[in-house]
Design a protein around this ligand. Sequence first.
Ligand SMILES: [Zn+2]
Length: 255
Amino acid sequence: MKTVLNERHLLKRAIEEGYVSTKPTDTIRVLIKHHMRNQLDKTQVRQEVDRFMASHFKFYHPLKWDGVIHRMINSYGKSGDLKLHAVEQAGVTEGELDAIRSLDHVEREKFAFSLLVHCKIANQLRDANANWIEADKDVYDDSLLVLPAKEKRLLIHHLAGCGMLRLPSGISSRKVQLNYVDHQGEPIIVLREFTDFVYHYLKWRGDNRIIECVRCTRLLQRTSNRSKYCRPCAHEVQREQKTHWKRSKWYDGEN
Ligand SMILES: [Zn+2]
């Protein structure tokens, strides 16, 4: 997941280091909130955001970003929701899991679960978000789909056809509104960590290839009898082994 979950931390990094997040709109959002909290008017906020992006984001093209920034400033000006949020966790209820399971197609279910988790985070980051979420690359990546591109493109339409999503009228928008968010039920899956989180769904679904990483207890999907580390830990172990190998080689050379 590339969405930044701690806005206070993100703002601090932007101001101190000129850091722009992988999703630049996250950085733009916290800057807008920050300047609006400091009583700058819309034109001044716009100038500040432009200045920041032009000096710190090498792919920044003012014309390309014009519409997005304009809409964001208007939306925060109108809602007055200028609090800097920090998402600690996201809970999924039994009702939501049952709704997803009823799709009865594992790849579509994984996608619906990823959309739901992204939506729950968006609801926490933006007051009055009303279950809207942008079905962007991040949502697809987090679904860990095993599907040809052609079928991936049909996922949204399939879920909309089942009444699980509402699509806005504008065709260019990737925003969708989820109809299967349950605001009442008690969560039975609570995510506090968002690497490969779709495995939590597969585990609930009864996939016995889902096991815990022996190093950090994150979930992973066993692909062979030797699988025991999650992706981040597997990288770390590999790095450690390389360093160890280099060191032992160096000692051998010395003696
Ligand atoms: Zn691990």
